[in-house]
Ligand binder design. Structure first.
Ligand SMILES: [Cu+2]
Length: 170
């Protein structure tokens, strides 16, 4: 009983945290695929840009997973390869030029959609889950940097596209 009430308190604290400054969720994405992995993303507008809340499960314990916003939508057959390349409206990653992006890089030097480059890979817990919340100063809900009309893809460490889902306005 004590454990249950602790769990409820933790859930309440987590959802209050996710709600941030009471800004409403403006878009979500649900990622599914054949890999047994599922993930849920929530995007809301803040003074600093866009708040991103990520949760995933079914990951391999302690493994790293890159993930990105991809340019094209996932087709009805769920084929993640059809989502094209990373969202990159500023054409940062032009073929032929070296591209490097990690959490130490200035976000402006990264593809807009390279969320794991900018904010770090998903690193699975011992039970195969991942959760994070962060602000992204460049993402938007309109204009050239809009995330709407695009998709999210989680990759294996070797780059295989494991699961994907469309970003949908809430
Ligand atoms: Cu990707």
């Amino acid at each position: 009983m004590k454990l249950i009430s602790l769990a409820i308190a933790a859930l309440a604290a987590a959802s209050a945290y996710a709600a941030g400054d009471s800004s409403a969720i403006m878009a979500t994405a649900d990622l599914k695929g054949t890999a047994g992995i599922s993930a849920h993303f929530e995007f809301s507008e803040t003074d600093a840009g866009v708040s991103v809340t990520v949760s995933a499960k079914g990951l391999a314990p302690r493994q790293q997973y890159p993930y990105h916003i991809h340019q094209k939508l996932v087709p009805a057959n769920g084929d993640c390869t059809a989502t094209g390349g990373h969202l990159d409206p500023d054409r940062i990653n032009v073929s032929g030029k070296p591209y490097k992006c990690d959490p130490m890089s200035a976000a402006e030097t990264c593809e807009l959609g390279d969320l794991s480059g900018i904010h770090g890979n998903m690193t699975a817990s011992n039970s195969g889950t991942f959760a994070a919340q962060y602000e992204d100063s460049l993402l938007a809900f309109s204009g050239t940097n809009t995330i709407l009309g695009h998709s999210l893809v989680i990759h294996s460490a070797s780059g295989v596209r494991l699961v994907c889902g469309n970003i949908v306005a809430d």
